[in-house]
Design a protein around this ligand. Structure first.
Ligand code: FAD
Ligand code: NAP
Length: 542
């Protein structure tokens, strides 16, 4: 709990019957939404499921959790004072440092008095006669609000594969996205980690260093680039702060809103020496900018093949046992699943106490009382870590029973996959907004700038409706249909549709296979601005 803050505790809170806006979620999106609304004189209340604020950085406390966007970029830019006063300590901030930052923001802008913790929103129902949302929580709150903003997070609803017998396991069970606050001591334990995505890749080296034995159960290997993390040079930080607004503006204009130092050469057009030199320097630099090495890695299969070959060679050079190295080399194209950023991941498989288990050829069949059984072997375990990710982008939204015009359920409206206009609204659900919703760049961008852009768009929209005497705003169906088609069309010209990623919902059995984020920051920002300049084109104002 943040010092000096004055949180509203559920048991102390008075029941609020009517506010202008209900915000669901108190991560970076919900915090800034609350601040903006307050600044423009709207009354707002935030409901947050967790016992603290910070969202992702509150829940994901697994060992090694840290950002893979550089600290100077992964932070709010809406307040010059805030960005000047906060000092980051490392190139990539750790989870505790980012959580401290979120708590600092909440305290600095006096946000806690409008945030109700340990409260889940369970339903939101549009009252057509009153043009208001009625929101209900698991604490019995019933609130009427003109607007409802879902700041529920793209990666906040954890994915728990339904393994046969999971409840029988007598050892300890953890999910990286719900890590115990007091931490976990794996000393002397036989641990199994299921999954090899970003969360696993960050935590595995730490768990391996502690556990007696670690089994890593891998279904799909992933590409990972070394972080090359280091303490932040105070002089570097001072230089950026001296021109912070210009630095932010420059990065916002880059693909994904992130400074990946994009190189505008085609990998297919350069010599073999030049190709190797660029890939090598990106590998040394570390992190996500690897994807900016050439301009066609995301769009040309032939180009991507060359990046793949380079990264396979790196894995083979890092991992001593050739059979293990083979298993760690991904088949999918580089970036089709989100690439990971690690510190010592591949080298961890050279440790005597670590074993990689391929559960693609021999899948996990059941969890037993004492461990786990795959199609061809049994493993005795004291603890199982599910690093199995999230029901991404739609999980948290559809976790709420949302009923719009004519009582239509959002779960029904999205039964074949999410449908939005600009990732901001869904037709049939007036005055309901999603921050970084499906159909917006969201997870394919540096998320804090994307969050700020959405929050500002929504806040400005509410101010516009008030100023012009409009009661409600709703996405029009034709505009939504055209936007969904556009999102799919853009994705189909890339390498993104060729693997089973969570971008496509493919990690959750039964989830419709639909590409959910929009590839196109910053052109997307211009599109949102154009829509406003044309009097909210594609939206119906009533
Ligand atoms: P969240 O932080 O997810 O907050 C949403 C909140 O809503 C949660 O606290 C949740 O409890 C609450 N909530 C949901 N449903 C309800 C409900 N029904 N009732 C009440 N409360 C509810 N992005 C990057 O750009 N760079 C990174 O390096 C990066 N690293 C990441 C590392 C991890 C481990 C994960 C999981 C994600 C990472 N992300 C990263 C994405 C990250 O989620 C965003 O950057 C950002 O923190 C999202 O903020 P948010 O407020 O939109 O959502
Ligand atoms: P993830 O990328 O979805 O990885 C989940 C892993 O669990 C995958 O390896 C998946 O295998 C495996 N898995 C799922 N169900 C399984 C099953 N039934 N049997 C066997 N294996 C199974 O989730 P994540 O690692 O939590 O990361 C999610 C996203 O959060 C990231 O992509 C990133 O955007 C963000 N994140 C960022 C950081 C960071 O570095 N800053 C850290 C963590 C998370 P398959 O691939 O075969 O499905």
């Amino acid at each position: 709990m943040q010092q000096g803050a004055d949180p509203v505790r559920p048991e102390e809170s008075e029941r609020v019957d009517a506010v202008d806006v209900i915000v669901v979620g108190a991560g970076f999106a919900g915090l800034y939404m609350l601040h903006r609304l307050r600044e423009q004189g709207a009354s707002a209340r935030v409901f947050e499921r967790g016992s603290g604020i910070g969202g992702t950085w509150f829940w994901n406390r697994y060992p090694g959790a840290r950002c893979d966007v550089e600290s100077m970029e992964y932070s709010y830019q809406f307040s010059e004072e805030l960005q000047q006063e906060w000092e980051w300590t490392e190139r990539y901030a750790t989870q505790p440092e980012i959580l401290r930052y979120a708590e600092h923001v909440a305290e600095r802008f006096d946000l806690m008095r409008d945030i109700q913790l340990e409260t889940s929103v369970v339903s939101a129902t549009w009252d057509e006669a009153a043009s208001r949302w009625e929101i209900r929580t698991d604490r019995g709150d019933r609130v009427s609000a003109r607007f409802c903003v879902l700041a529920t997070g793209c990666l906040s609803s954890t994915n728990h594969p339904a393994f046969e017998g999971a409840e029988r396991f007598r050892g300890d069970t953890y999910h990286t996205g719900r890590w115990p606050h007091e931490g976990v001591d794996f000393t002397g334990k036989r641990v199994g980690v299921i999954g090899t995505g970003s969360s696993a890749i960050q935590s595995i080296p730490h768990i391996a260093a502690q556990a007696e034995h670690l089994f890593v159960f891998q279904r799909t290997p992933n590409y990972s680039i070394p972080a090359n993390n280091h303490p932040l040079d105070p002089e570097f930080q001072r230089r950026i702060k001296a021109e912070y607004p210009a630095f932010r503006a420059r990065n916002r204009a880059m693909p994904a809103g992130l400074d990946t130092h994009p190189n505008d050469e085609s990998v297919l057009a350069v010599s073999a020496e030049r190709r190797e030199e660029v890939f090598e320097s990106r590998w040394e630099h570390g992190g996500l900018p690897f994807m900016g090495a050439f301009n066609d890695l995301g769009t040309s299969h032939e180009a991507n093949e060359l990046a793949k070959d380079f990264l396979h060679r790196k894995i083979r050079a890092l991992v001593d046992d050739p059979a293990t190295a083979d298993l760690l080399c991904p088949d999918q194209e580089v970036g089709c699943k989100r690439i990971c950023v690690d510190t010592g991941y591949f080298e961890t498989f050279n440790r005597e106490n670590v074993r990689l288990v391929d559960v693609r050829t021999a899948p996990i069949e059941e969890i037993t009382e004492t461990g786990l059984r795959t199609a061809d072997a049994s493993y005795e375990l004291d603890a199982i870590v599910y690093a199995t990710g999230f029901d991404a982008m739609t999980g948290a939204i559809l976790g709420i029973d949302i009923r719009g015009q004519g009582g239509e359920s959002l779960r029904d409206a999205w039964s074949a996959g999410p449908r939005t206009y600009l990732g901001l609204q869904s037709a049939g659900f007036p005055n309901l907004f999603t921050v970084t919703g499906p159909g917006s760049p969201s997870v394919l961008s540096n998320m804090i700038p994307s969050i700020e852009q959405h929050v500002e768009w929504i806040a400005d929209c509410i101010a516009y409706l008030d100023a012009h005497g409009h009661e409600s705003i709703e996405a029009e169906l034709p505009a939504q249909d055209a936007w969904v088609d556009h999102v799919n069309e853009v994705a189909s010209a890339t390498i993104y549709l060729g693997c089973n990623s969570w971008y496509l919902g493919a990690n959750v059995p039964g989830k419709p296979r639909v590409f959910m984020p929009y590839i196109g920051f910053p052109t997307y920002v211009a599109k949102c601005e154009e829509v406003v300049s044309k009097g909210y084109e594609g939206f119906q104002l009533t």
